[in-house]
Write a new protein. Structure first.
Length: 712
């Protein structure tokens, strides 16, 4: 007997059975296709979970009218939203059924697409089913919309929520709206929205600070509004801002040198902290102290930065590398290089390494103060510590090159070429700018063009604009006005010129005694609605102060030697203006400019010094009034300011006023230079002061200049 077949590898022998005619798979498929009943085309139908036996039997008995049901399990990102909306508009459904469909689509089909979510919500409002939304539904909707491009949509959702009596927005909903506003920098809308919140929370004010930080029109006015909103929340509502919010706000204020606002904000933080805690330490962290020290550095306040550093260590907060660099920058900007060298030495002894940022700050600030000795000693310190080239960064290498340009520009060019030959990544556009400016000061136009054409990596838009700024400045120093204007025209054709470019062109024209052309360009800017910056105002005021002395020189500009088409391409208009024969006096014009300037900018020491120099040659008492106004605004005068006043005293032969000015300079601990002593002695000579007193002052001046030379 043959054994029965089992599940083994044994195969049965072929026979002429019924399946022999159906051995082909294609034949089987055709067989079933011919005998299958016609299937109706699927259509969308509102989902309703058919779990009853009767419903299942009804579906089986009616195969012709079979439909595809919109069950939540088939609602996903692949479901076409247009087809769903068309289905809702075609079939008659109850409000509850419409809401269930749209709610499921909101959760399953949007995939955090803000436009899809907004379309679904609009349909809810259109069908008047948004009243069925609960708090969690609104939270999910706002969480999707906050990543969109229109924060106004979230505000509209909040307004619709407030219209429904059963639903009240929570702080979570408000947070989503403020987060969207912070992403788009809508600080003004955020301030107004916070005022409408019954009980705002600290995270709401954090979104306000971030919105201010991301604002495109960030200025002092915006910062004042931000601080006012923060103060209102802390003083009236007892809000204690978290550390990240405080750090970000103080960093913004320090960046724009708003010391008064920082102090006011910190006082409010201390007051709220004392109410909420009994501990004596301040609620400051590392980042807040670092931001405050950096703000003092921008102000040149080394004493304030040092006090903050001492308090920071007293509170057992360990400073990081950024803190040390900010403190080093504060010492360097104030000219306190003794403390700066002591700090970098102690840091090196403690951490056994040299910080590039601290060394860069020391070299750069020494060069800003024309103290080459400190910068050279810093380079010797690097050589002694055997710092390799690969261990330095681009900013430090640029500072080293800047020092070499101060010593010998040809030697600096050789150093640049050596770095370029080793690796192109060792050089950058800042180095090229230093070489271009150095050759421009020397009047070497050939090397200016040669260095400018150095091939580097593709620069950013800001770097390219800065390179052209330096080229324009160098060409003006080379006395090639048409070439400089040509570069300005090329920038203008590329839509690159900004207020810095305009200021540099005006400065270059004034440098070349082209005061008439500079005045026309300045007026052209104002007529086009572009307000010049402080540097442009300084150059124009300088041209006004030099107008009297230029009358006896050559004409301000020879229009015949400049191509009219070149001036037209540069956008210089107002050909009817005559700088040498104005309709108003010089002092009146300068005062009008100063009044207009104060409406757009905060005058600095250079503006005041230039204005004082202009008035000192025409009305010394008016210059003294401007000087008093300068001191009342807590702007410290420089040696150039006192020199301009003493020049006016020499012109008007006023020795008494000269002595008062000199005493004021000594009280402020401002060291006079050679020009200051000269005008002081000249004012005494022209006022016919007793020769014995003049000899005493002369002896003092010689001793002071001799001691200064020995120190250098």
């Amino acid at each position: 007997m043959r054994p029965a077949l089992n599940l083994t590898t044994r195969r049965a022998a072929s026979s002429h059975c019924l399946w022999q005619h159906c051995s082909s798979t294609q034949y089987i498929e055709q067989f079933f296709i011919q005998r299958s009943p016609p299937v109706a085309r699927p259509s969308f139908k509102l989902f309703s979970r058919s779990t009853s036996t009767y419903a299942l039997k009804e579906q089986e008995e009616d195969p012709v009218e079979h439909v595809t049901k919109l069950h939540p399990r088939i609602m996903n990102k692949d479901l076409p939203l247009d087809a769903l909306l068309t289905f809702l508009s075609t079939y008659t459904l109850t409000h509850k059924e419409i809401f269930n469909t749209l709610r499921t689509a909101l959760y399953n089909t949007t995939q955090y697409d803000s436009d899809k979510a907004w379309t679904i919500y609009e349909k809810m409002v259109q069908y008047e089913v948004d009243g069925h939304l609960k708090i969690n539904h609104y939270g999910h909707l706002l969480c999707i919309l906050k990543y969109g491009h229109s924060p106004s949509r979230l505000v509209q959702v909040i307004e619709n929520m407030r219209q429904h009596k059963e639903i009240t927005p929570t702080n979570y909903h408000y947070s989503q709206v403020l987060y969207a506003m912070s992403r788009h920098g809508m600080w003004k809308e955020a301030c107004q929205f916070i005022q409408s919140i019954p009980q705002p929370r600290p995270n709401h004010y954090h979104s306000l600070v971030v919105a201010t930080k991301n604002s495109r029109d960030l200025d002092i006015r915006v910062l004042e509004s931000m601080v006012a909103a923060l103060l209102e929340g802390m003083t009236q509502k007892g809000i204690l801002l978290d550390r990240v919010t405080r750090s970000t706000a103080i960093s913004l204020l320090a960046k724009y040198k708003q010391v008064d606002l920082i102090i006011e904000l910190l006082k409010a933080v201390d007051a709220v902290w004392k109410k909420a805690n009994t501990r004596e330490e301040r609620p400051y962290n590392l980042y807040m102290y670092t931001s405050l020290i950096a703000g003092c550095a921008r102000q040149g306040d080394s004493e304030g930065a040092k006090k903050l550093y001492v308090e920071m260590k007293r509170n057992k907060i360990k400073p990081n590398q950024v803190t040390y660099t900010a403190l080093m920058d504060a010492y360097g900007r104030a000219g306190d290089f003794t403390s700066a060298i002591r700090l970098i030495t102690s840091h090196q002894n403690q951490y056994r390494r040299i910080c590039n940022s601290m060394l860069t700050s020391l070299v750069v600030n020494a060069l800003r103060h024309d103290n080459l000795l400190v910068a050279e000693n810093a380079m010797k310190f690097m050589t002694k510590k055997k710092i390799k080239l690969k261990e330095t960064d681009g900013v430090l290498r640029a500072a080293i090159l800047w020092l070499k340009t101060k010593q010998d520009v040809d030697f600096a060019r050789k150093y640049f070429d050596e770095l370029y030959a080793k690796d192109k990544r060792f050089v950058n556009s800042i180095m090229v700018n230093h070489l271009v400016k150095a050759y421009g000061r020397r009047g070497d136009k050939t090397n200016v063009i040669d260095v400018y054409r150095t091939r580097l990596s593709v620069p950013l838009a800001e770097e390219e604009a800065r390179r052209k700024h330096c080229l324009i400045d160098a060409l003006f120093h080379c006395r090639d006005i048409p070439a400089a204007i040509g570069v300005f025209i090329s920038m203008r054709n590329q839509a690159m010129p900004d207020e810095i470019t305009m200021a540099m062109v005006i400065k270059g024209l004034v440098l070349n005694n082209e005061n008439d052309l500079a005045w026309k360009l300045f007026k052209t800017l104002q007529s086009n609605g572009k307000e010049p910056n402080l540097h442009a105002y300084t150059s124009i005021l300088k041209s006004l102060s030099d107008r009297g002395s230029c009358k006896n020189k050559r004409a301000s500009v020879n229009m015949d030697r400049l191509d009219p088409d070149l001036l037209k391409a540069a956008g210089i208009q107002f050909n009817n203006l005559d700088f040498q024969r104005p309709s108003v006096p010089i002092t009146t014009e300068a005062l009008n400019l100063f009044r207009r300037l104060t409406g757009f900018h905060q005058p600095n020491v250079y503006i005041y010094t230039t204005l004082i120099s202009c008035f000192a040659k025409n009305n010394i008492y008016q210059a003294i009034n401007i000087f008093e106004h300068m001191c009342s605004n807590e702007i410290n005068p420089t040696v150039e300011t006192y020199t301009a006043l003493l020049q006016g005293c020499a012109i008007f032969r006023n020795s008494d006023l000269a002595f008062k000015i000199f005493n004021h300079m000594c009280e402020r601990k401002v060291e006079p230079n050679e020009i200051t002593w000269r005008y002081f002695l000249k004012s005494l000579l022209r006022a016919r002061v007793d020769k014995k007193h003049i000899d005493i002052v002369g002896e003092l001046s010689r001793n002071a200049l001799k001691n200064k030379a020995n120190l250098c």
